[in-house]
Each structure stands twice: as C-alpha cells, then as structure tokens.
Design a protein around this ligand. Structure first.
Ligand code: HEC
Ligand code: HEC
Length: 251
C-alpha cells in the first residue's frame, strides 16, 4: 500500500517520464517526415495530376494510400507495377486494354492530362509509405505454387494471364483483341513461333527493353507476370497441341 507522498511521487514521476518519451518520439517522427513525404519532387505536373485525380473522383472507385473506395485496384504503386507506357495506353482507352471485362471509365483525356496523371501517380508511388501496399500480390504467390503442365497437355483456351496482364489488349489472337496495341504496332501473336525461336520469345517477354530499348511493349515480368506464368505463356504459344490460330474464351 503506497503512502500519500509515495503515490504523489509515483504520479509525478510516471507523468514526467512518459511526457519526455512522448515528446522525444514526436520530435523523432517530425524529423523523419521530410525524408518520407517526397515533397521535394512536387512539380507543376504532379500538382495538375492531383487536380485531375480530384476533379474526376478517381477515389470513388480506387484507393490511394489505402484511402478511397474498394471497387477498383489500389493505385499507390501502379507506376511501379504496370509501367508508364502501359498506363498511358490504358488511360487513352481502358476498354481496349481489357476487352469484354468490367470497364474503367473512358475520360477522353488529352495527352498532357494523361502525362500529368501519370506524374501524380508516380510521385505517390515514391512516397515512403512504410511498405504499404504489401508485396507480393497474393495472386502471384498462388501462381508460383501451381505446377506447370507439359506443353502438349495444355488446354487449348488462352491462359488466364493473357487477359490479366492485358496481352490480349495489345495483341490479337485469331483476330480477337489487340485494339489498344493497334495504336502502337503490337503484332498479332498467332504466328509468333514462325518469327521467333522459343528462347527469343521468352527473352523478349521477360524484358523487352533489354532487347529493344525504345519498344512500346511494357516490361511485365515479374511485376505483373511471374516467371511461372511466363513459362505458361511460352508453352502455350509454342505448343504443338495449340492449333493456330486459336480463339480466346468468350468472357
Ligand atoms: C467507376 C469506377 C472508376 C473510376 C471513377 C476510375 N476508375 Fe480506374 N479503374 C476502374 C476499374 C474497374 C479498373 C480495373 C480495370 C478493369 O477491370 O477495367 C481500373 C483500373 C485503373 C488503372 C490500372 C490499374 C491496374 O493496376 O491495372 C489505373 C491506372 C486507373 N484505373 C486510373 C484511374 C484514374 C487516374 C482515375 C481518375 C481520373 C480512375 N482510374 C477512375 C474503375 C474506375
Ligand atoms: C501495352 C501494349 C502491350 C502489352 C500489354 C503487351 N505487349 Fe507484347 N508487344 C507490344 C508491342 C508494341 C510489340 C512490338 C514491339 C516492337 O517491335 O518494338 C510487342 C511484341 C511482342 C512479341 C514479339 C512478337 C513478334 O512477332 O516478334 C511477343 C512475343 C509479345 N509481344 C508477347 C506479349 C505477351 C505474352 C504479353 C502479355 C504478357 C504482351 N506481349 C503484352 C505491345 C504490348
């Protein structure tokens, strides 16, 4: 049982110690903050991009830094995940990129507005968000554990990754898809095995810029397409069991 004076000492001592700790931690946070906010890189482009973001209520569907609605993908690291070329094409005509799937709004942005939006999203991606959002995406972790069937056993329909990675948005197969890619000269993929060896096609998809630095094909491996999915794609394109041309499944 504490005496009155002991209780008083306990109260003032405890309050004192925790006040000091609280102030020290606050100062520490404030000191670290400027290095985390990326505020030095707020250019005019980034500011205009933020206005586009707000005026069009992108947050009505998307989240940024986890804030917003959960209808559409989290966009904090979208530039890292998809690359600028991909987003440029996507914002120009979202439906062409994901034919027949749920659609992102077609805003009819001018090219400068697209650049501003990308600058803003790029700036957001470089804010130190303490590891948010978590990596890697669950879908890829699942894919990594899925055994790959030998080429000849692959089912004839186009692998799902053709749609999720938007290959089919840029490249047509059997005359389907390819609307977004038509703007930048993406060839149909039906006959690729007659133009490239298996190894060449694998190396190309793994890192197109390494082979042709100015190409408009985005670098999708491993951000969007895992190594296992890459094997799946190449198996599919080069499988003797895959009659060419082939028809993608109807959505
Ligand atoms: C009505 C809902 C809606 C609004 C508003 C909206 N989006 Fe989207 N957005 C989507 C959906 C849905 C997707 C997923 C693609 C799909 O399935 O078509 C998407 C995808 C995206 C992607 C690609 C993300 C990825 O990882 O593949 C970007 C970038 C994007 N939106 C940017 C924007 C910007 C910038 C705005 C505001 C100017 C905006 N969106 C407003 C629904 C919306
Ligand atoms: C944003 C559009 C875009 C997306 C998405 C895209 N590509 Fe491409 N791809 C291109 C373009 C453009 C070329 C032609 C590149 C060049 O010659 O500079 C190309 C070339 C290729 C080639 C070489 C074709 C040939 O005949 O030489 C292959 C193979 C290929 N892409 C596979 C894929 C696969 C698989 C995916 C999905 C994982 C994919 N691409 C996603 C735009 C795209």
């Amino acid at each position: 049982m504490l005496s009155k004076s002991q209780a008083r000492a306990f109260f003032f001592g405890g309050t004192g110690i925790f006040s000091v700790a609280f102030i020290a931690l606050t100062i520490d946070s404030m000191r670290k903050l400027p290095n985390q906010t990326n505020s030095d890189n707020i250019t005019e482009e980034v500011k205009r991009g933020k206005h586009i973001w707000e005026d069009n209520n992108c947050m009505g569907c998307h989240t940024l830094f986890g804030e917003g609605a959960y209808y559409a993908p989290e966009l904090t690291k979208v530039v890292e995940r998809r690359g600028k070329d991909w987003i440029r094409l996507f914002l120009k005509d979202p439906a062409a990129m994901f034919p027949g799937q749920r659609k992102m709004v077609q805003y009819h942005f001018k090219p400068e507005q697209i650049e501003d939006t990308i600058a803003f999203l790029d700036w957001c991606g470089k804010v130190d968000s303490n590891g948010f959002p978590a990596k890697p995406p669950l879908a890829q972790r699942l894919a990594a554990t899925t055994p790959i069937a030998p080429a000849v056993l692959l089912p004839k329909p186009v692998p799902a990754i053709f749609t999720t990675a938007a290959c089919i948005g840029c490249h047509s197969i059997a005359g389907e898809g390819g609307a977004a890619g038509a703007l930048i000269g993406a060839p149909p993929l039906d006959g690729v095995s007659t133009r490239k060896t298996r190894e060449e096609a694998t190396a190309w998809i793994r890192d197109p810029q390494k082979i042709k630095p100015d190409t408009k094909m985005p670098d999708l491996v491993p951000a969007v397409v895992s190594e296992e999915q890459l094997t799946e794609i190449v198996n599919y394109l080069y499988s003797p069991a895959t009659p060419q041309p082939v028809t993608p499944p109807k959505p």
